[in-house]
Ligand binder design. Structure first.
Ligand code: ADP
Ligand code: MG
Length: 341
C-alpha cells in the first residue's frame, strides 16, 4: 500500500504516560481489526503529537500480520478532494465502492470534514456500511469529539461509538527517549547534555523536537563540528523562539475556499450564490483582521469591489458571529487553521 509509510511502526513509537492508552488500544485493534469494541478508534491530540504515526503503525501492523487484508490510509483532505473529483467525473459509484470494499480505513484529521456537508454525507454511508460488516475504522482528529465543530450530528455521534483516546504532550523523560531513539536510528551520537537541553526547551510537540534535532545534525555536518552544549544553544536560538509568518490574502482565500468546497475563481466572480457570498465575506473579514491590507485593496483583490462592500461584508460577518453559533464555529475553525500556518 503506497499510502502506508513503513517508517511509522509500533517499534519506533515510544511509549509514555502521554500515549499509553492510545498506543495499547491501537495495538489491540491491529491484532483484531473489527473485532474489538474500539470501533471506530479515534485518536486525538494537538499538532505533532503522533496521531499520524500511530494510525499508520496500526495499518502497517495489520498488513504485516494479515497481508490479505485491504487497508487504506487516507487523509480526510484527500478523501474530500477525491469526492469532489468523482462528482466532476461522474464516478461516485466507483469512489464509494472502493472505500466500501476495504477491511480497514485509517482516516487522518477528520476535523477537516468541518463545513463539507456533501462529503460528510458520503462518508456517513461508507462508515455505516463498513461498521455493519465488522470492518475497522481508525480516525484521527486534532481535538476530542465533543469539541469538533462543523460536523453533522449523526456523523459526530458515530465517531463517539468506539473508543476515543488522546495523545498528550510527552513528558521530559519520554521526550528524551524519543530523541535518543531518533539519534540511534540515524546512526549518530550527541552528548547527553545536548539531548537534555533540547528535550527541556522544546516541550510542546514531537515534530518540533525532531526538527530541532535534524537542524542540529545538518549544521554539524555542514560545519564539520562536534556539537557541544554551547553550540547547540546558539544554533537552536531561532528554533526555540517562534517567529510568526505573515498571512497573505491568497492564503486566506485558499483556506476559505477549501473549507467550504467552493472553487477559488468563484469568490472573485460576480455570483450572488449564497455559499459563494458567504465564502467571499468571510475571506474579506479575515483579510481585514489578519493582514495589514487596506479596505480598498481587499475589495480590489476579491473581484474588484469597492471599500464599502468590504465594510458591509465585515459587518455582516460580525453580526452572524454574534447570532449564529454554527457560523461562528466555521469562522473560528478557519482562524485556527490560519494561525497554524
Ligand atoms: P500528528 O499527526 O499528531 O501531527 P505525527 O504523527 O506526524 O503527528 O508525528 C510528528 C513526528 O513525531 C513524526 O515524525 C513522528 O514519528 C514523531 N513522533 C510522535 N510521537 C512519537 C512517539 N511517541 N515516538 C516516536 N516518535 C514520535
Ligand atoms: Mg498528522
Amino acid at each position: 500500500d503506497p499510502q502506508l509509510n513503513p517508517n511509522y511502526c509500533f517499534e519506533n513509537f515510544i511509549e509514555g504516560d502521554c500515549n499509553r492508552l492510545a498506543r495499547s488500544a491501537g495495538y489491540a485493534v491491529a491484532a483484531k481489526p473489527g473485532g474489538t469494541a474500539f470501533n471506530p478508534l479515534l485518536l486525538y491530540g494537538g499538532v505533532g503529537l503522533g496521531k499520524t504515526h500511530l494510525g499508520q503503525a496500526i495499518g502497517n501492523e495489520i498488513k504485516r500480520t494479515n497481508p490479505e487484508k485491504l487497508v487504506i490510509y487516507v487523509s480526510c483532505e484527500k478523501f474530500c478532494q477525491q469526492f469532489v473529483d468523482s462528482l466532476k467525473n461522474n464516478t461516485i459509484n466507483d469512489f464509494v465502492n472502493f472505500y466500501q470494499a476495504m477491511d480497514v480505513i485509517i482516516m487522518d484529521d477528520v476535523h477537516n470534514f468541518a463545513g463539507k456537508e456533501k462529503t460528510q454525507d458520503i462518508f456517513f454511508h461508507i462508515f455505516n456500511h463498513l461498521h455493519q460488516s465488522g470492518k475497522q475504522l481508525i480516525l484521527t482528529s486534532d481535538r476530542a469529539p465533543k469539541d469538533i465543530t462543523g460536523l453533522e450530528d449523526r456523523l459526530l455521534s458515530r465517531f463517539k461509538w468506539g473508543l476515543s483516546a488522546d495523545l498528550q504532550v510527552p513528558d521530559l523523560e519520554t521526550r528524551m527517549a524519543i530523541l535518543k531513539k531518533k539519534m540511534y536510528a540515524d546512526g549518530i551520537e550527541l552528548p547527553t547534555e545536548v539531548i537534555e537541553y533540547v528535550a527541556h526547551n522544546i516541550d510542546n510537540n514531537v515534530r518540533e523536537l525532531e526538527g530541532a534535532m535534524v537542524s542540529l545534525l545538518a549544521q554539524s555536518t555542514l560545519n564539520k563540528k562536534e556539537i557541544n552544549l554551547g553550540l547547540a544553544k546558539s544554533m537552536l536560538k531561532n528554533f526555540i523562539k517562534h517567529t510568526s509568518r505573515e498571512i497573505s490574502m491568497e492564503y486566506i482565500q485558499k483556506l476559505v475556499c477549501e473549507y467550504f468546497e467552493v472553487p477559488i475563481e468563484m469568490v472573485k466572480s460576480k455570483t450572488r450564490k449564497r455559499e459563494i457570498v458567504q465564502a467571499r465575506q468571510i475571506s474579506m473579514y479575515l483579510a481585514k483582521s489578519h493582514t495589514k491590507t487596506s479596505l480598498k485593496s481587499i475589495g480590489q483583490f476579491f473581484g474588484g469591489r469597492d471599500h464599502s462592500t468590504v465594510i458591509y461584508a465585515c459587518q455582516t460577518v460580525e453580526d452572524l458571529i454574534d447570532t449564529d453559533k454554527k457560523f461562528k464555529n466555521y469562522v473560528q475553525d478557519i482562524q485556527k487553521k490560519l494561525k497554524m500556518s
